[in-house]
Design a protein around this ligand. Structure first.
Ligand SMILES: *Cc1c(COP(=O)(O)O)cnc(C)c1O
Length: 456
């Protein structure tokens, strides 16, 4: 054990970041703008403000300001569960017998169990500041809905959550956490919205998807006075708020006098990865330092590694703006044996552009390999990781094993986005040897691509 590097590095209160970092300011090729689904023209602030809070619209469209002040109220809320620790995984290194130095930034130390609270509190704060009554959203596995419920409870806002039906039924405890924080939770698709009724007519018996739930949440927000819609990933504003993860990591590394070589994160819609890499990517874009960035996605939902870079619908009901992103098509639904999260069909426009510009790499991994890594990690580092986070663990271990072969002493940082207490059905499958892998065929993917809108 190196004497000078502690197991855990925390920042002091006065060392905490007071501004978010907006990586778009340093990108030469900016992420493509959201388009109006009717006219195919870039969405104006006015059009977006029917759906989102005004301040969040400004952040969504801001490609220029590198630093944005974090309001004092949000800083105060962050203090309840931040800074999160930067952990040196000495035990994992020893078990792997690798010369690599492995660090992880742990975001699971709050009741929502993930990094999502970082953006939930920001979005709820701006809704409150605008004098709104409440917000609507969708949730899949439930982490985002939980985080938003917590933020809304704290600020006294109403919170309406559309939860993908299969999760609503399979994760009753998640649902009850949200209700404990005062949210109303509706299984989606539902009969409570026009788009939900339409989807149910066309697909009777469907167990829902994130894309359906988004359509329902947007419909309610735009048809109810004093409500706006909020989203937990994918959007530029969410990556901005999540930059707190990377800024804290960078400040902690600077304090230790350490520079990571490889930075790894799991990628669903891209918010934790985007937030984790942002300040480091900024350095790379400005030519100040170099890093390898690796996005890890499930082989069963491979938007970066096998998707197309194109404008696509963000939701099933096609009510949202179009986003240019690496996508599998809005009709794509991962096969039924896919256990974890990371099931969204598209990827953040910022990360899509960085990947297209070859500033970031991407790999996909099979879920049985992911759960093997999760089990190894849980047994030696103690934390029970979320299946999503375990994608990053898998590739961190793989990179550390490459270092063992070559003898290189690389420094690896990965994002440990959350804990897996609500994912025990998936762990049970793995423990019983009943977990399988399904990699979509090219024909499976072609069906999703066929649904891409034609944009000239
Ligand atoms: C939501 C979630 C993710 C994936 O979302 P991103 O926006 O890609 O970060 C990863 N890990 C956990 C624990 C999550 O809750």
């Amino acid at each position: 054990m190196e004497k000078n590097i502690p197991y855990k590095t925390y920042l002091e209160e006065n060392e905490m970041p007071k501004q978010w970092y907006n990586v778009r300011a340093d990108m030469k090729n900016k992420p493509a703008p959201l388009l109006n689904p009717g006219t195919h023209k870039p969405m104006t602030a006015e059009e977006l403000s029917a759906v989102f809070c005004d301040e969040l619209v400004a952040q969504e469209l801001d490609n220029d300001n590198a630093y944005i002040d974090i309001p004092q109220e949000i800083l105060d809320f962050y203090k309840m569960y931040r800074p999160s620790p930067l952990v040196r995984a000495y035990c994992l290194e020893k078990m792997l017998d690798t010369p690599a130095k492995i660090y992880y930034k742990f975001e699971g130390n709050n009741t929502s169990g993930s990094h999502k609270l970082n953006s939930a509190i920001a979005q709820a704060y701006y809704a409150k500041k605008q004098g709104l009554k409440g917000v609507t959203t969708e949730t899949g596995a439930g982490q985002w809905g939980t985080a938003l419920s917590m933020a809304c409870a704290y600020l006294g806002l109403d919170c309406k959550v559309f939860m993908v039906k299969v999760s609503y039924e399979q994760k009753p405890f998640r649902r009850e956490v949200m209700r404990t924080y005062g949210a109303s939770v509706t299984p989606s698709p539902s009969e409570t919205t026009e788009v939900g009724k339409k989807i149910l007519r066309e697909h009777p018996g469907t167990t829902g998807s994130l894309g359906c739930a988004i359509s329902e949440a947007v419909e309610v927000a735009t048809h109810t006075d004093g409500y706006r819609y909020v989203l937990g990933s994918v959007l530029n504003q969410v990556l901005l708020h999540q930059s707190i993860i990377g800024l804290e990591s960078k400040a902690a590394f600077d304090k230790l006098g350490v520079k990571p070589d490889i930075i790894i994160g799991c990628a669903g819609g891209g918010s934790n990865l985007g937030g984790l890499i942002s300040p480091f990517m900024g350095q790379k874009l400005r030519g100040e330092a170099d890093y390898r960035f690796i996005a890890v996605e499930p082989a069963s939902c491979p938007s970066l590694t096998r998707g197309k870079y194109a404008y696509d619908f963000c939701d099933t009901g096609m009510v949202c703006p179009l986003a240019k992103m690496y996508t599998l098509g809005s009709g794509f639904i991962p096969s039924a044996n896919h256990a974890g999260g990371l099931r969204y069909h598209g990827m953040s426009s910022i990360l899509s552009q960085l990947y297209d510009d070859k500033l970031m790499e991407a790999v996909s991994v099979e879920q049985t390999k992911v759960f093997e890594a999760a089990q190894q990690f849980a047994r030696i580092e103690g934390i029970l990781p979320a299946p999503e986070s375990s994608h990053a663990i898998r590739v961190a271990i793989d990179e550390a094993m490459k270092c063992k072969e070559t003898g290189e002493e690389k420094t690896i940082l990965f994002g440990l986005t959350g804990t897996g207490y609500f994912d025990m059905v998936a762990y049970q499958k793995f423990n019983d040897g009943e977990m399988s892998d399904y990699i979509p065929t090219d024909e499976d993917l072609a069906k999703g691509f066929a649904g891409l809108p034609k944009i000239d």
